[in-house]
Every structure is written in C-alpha cells, then in structure tokens.
Design a protein around this ligand. Sequence first.
Ligand code: NDP
Length: 320
Amino acid sequence: KVVCVTGASGFIASWLVKLLLQRGYVVKATVRDPNNPKKTEHLLSLEGAKERLHLFKADLLEEGSFDLVVDGCEGVFHTASPVLFSSISDPQAELIDPAVKGTLNVLKSCVKFPTIKRVVLTSSMAAVVLNGRPLTSNVVVDETWFSDPLVCEELKEWYFLSKTLAEEAAWKFAKENGIDLVAINPSYVIGPLLQPTLNFSVEMVLDLKKDIDGVTSANYTSTDVRDVASAHIQAFEVPSASGRYCLVANVTPIHEALKILKELHPTLCPTEICEQDIPSAPQYQISQEKAKSLGLDFLPLEVSLRDTIECLKEKGFLEA
Ligand code: NDP
C-alpha cells in the first residue's frame, strides 16, 4: 500500500514514517528542502527506507505542489504546519497562511486522485480547548469542543488560531468534496527525537521549570510521540474511524511533572522550586474514550519523560 506523509522531517512525522515503513507501507514523503541532510538523513537511514521511502519537495504555500506526491496513494497523512509560539512578527504569514492554505492545497491535490481513500490530518488540542469555557475540576473536554477563533485572536494565541482555522477549513472542504477525513488532536508531544534538531514541545521539557513561576496553577498535558504516530496509522487503517480524536495521555499539574523531571535530571528543577508547596491545579479531564475505541493505549508520563531525557542526553542537548 502506498501512502503520503507531508512535513516528513518533523518530530511527529519522522516517527510516523518509521512506523509506516515497519508496517510494510511504501511511503511518499514531502520535505521542504531535500538537499538539507539535517532534514533527510534520519529518514533515509530508517529500516525499509532504501526500498520503500521516496522523498519529494513540496511547499505548503505553492498550489499544486502536492499533486505529484499524492498521486497513486491510498492514504495521505497531512502533518506539515509551522509550530511557533514566540518571536512572531506576522502571524498571518508565519502561521495562519501555511496552516490554512497548506491544508487546503493538500486537500485540493487529494480531490484529483480517486485512489485516495482517507486523509488523516494532524490537528491539535489547540483547536479544541480555547473556547472561553473554564477548565475547572468537573470539566471533561471531548471531541465536541472546538476552539473559538475570536477567543484565540483576543488572547493573541496565534498558533492556536492557525490550528483552529486549518481544521475548520479542512472539515468544510472535505464535506463539500466528499473526502473521508479524520483528525488527530494531540496535546504537547514528547518522547525520543529521531531527527537531530529540537522541536518546540521537546525543547519545552528542558525549561518546564520556567512555567512554575507565572502559571503555578497550570496543568501540563502531554502525549508520547510513539502513541501519536500509532494513532495516525489506526485512524487510517480502522475502517470505522471518523471525525476527530482528542489524544492526551496525561493532564498533570506542572509541579508534579517537575518532580518527575527532578528525579530524572536534577538540573531540570532546582530544589527551591520543586520543594515549594504549590496548590494543585484544578484537575480537568480530557476524554480518552474515543481514542481508546481505536484500540489505542497511552504510555505513562514517567516513561515518556524518561525516554525524552535519555534521548536529550544522547543527542547532547542535556548534560549526561
Ligand atoms: P516540527 O516543527 O518538528 O515539524 C513541523 C513540520 O512542518 C516540519 O516538517 C516543517 O518543515 C513543516 N513545515 C512548517 N512550515 C512549513 C511550510 N511553510 N511549508 C512546508 N512545510 C512546513 O513539529 P511537530 O512534529 O511537533 O508537529 C507536526 C504537526 O503536529 C504540526 O501540524 C503541529 O501543529 C502538530 N502538533 C504538534 C504538537 C506538538 O506538541 N509537537 C501537538 C499537537 C499538534 P521543515 O522541517 O522544513 O521546517
């Protein structure tokens, strides 16, 4: 079976490509710069890559750019989208256009090829939770929640806005054009990196302690990258999969996560912060019911953080 993965050099997509190759798929994968070894070497060295991985150059903002890569595929996994939270000077150009126009470009290419049975979109909990409803202890967030673009804009949460508008646009286009679309909505994704560079959500683990000052009541919501990649594959392979899937393994008060990190690497949480008696955040929940119906289970936070830290040490981002 032939499938396509957009944004293949990214953190989540690299794991997705690895698991797809392991399952025997032929993978047509897009990268922005096929000549940059930092973006391709880790993919080309995956087991099965020599025989079954084909790289294509494609740009989210270029119309028709995905025609060649989706041609002949049964499934398309659209993961490419900018992940940026700081130093944003032009949210429209840096985040919203590539997210929304990019998603529509990919879907427009999919419409041209009837071999495509299903498109799996990497959306985010950013497109779920920000709708002005308070996250108090009796709340269970589920797939019926949709972030409100007006709330995202008011709060200047541009990444949240980009993912919300992209998912909205995808549902509208899929409905109008008869595309079988499934969306996966993970929270902060952690776990071992395959690529040589840091991505946003793994880098955040190195500095989680900074969140304890301002946002002492906040929760840390996380999912392991291996579970996120598997969820994408299940969303394609399970015939009854439909709609969107919240994918959150843990909702944990940040100071609890910091205590685990301190055990793993003392520098990640200085004693004076970790030993403060911080009141627990209201522990809202995120429903796992629908994700579990896909046959998914989640790695525990302790395992994901342990493997993240091990990898960060191996790759030299953290002192061994
Ligand atoms: P990465 O930053 O590792 O990967 C992002 C990918 O998108 C890269 O391959 C990047 O290409 C590509 N990309 C970005 N902008 C463009 C563009 N203008 N044109 C073409 N390609 C582009 O991020 P993640 O793996 O963490 O994220 C992947 C997806 O998962 C995104 O859709 C993100 O919104 C979503 N997600 C991520 C979460 C997380 O915590 N990490 C949580 C929930 C959802 P290049 O390598 O060339 O820069």
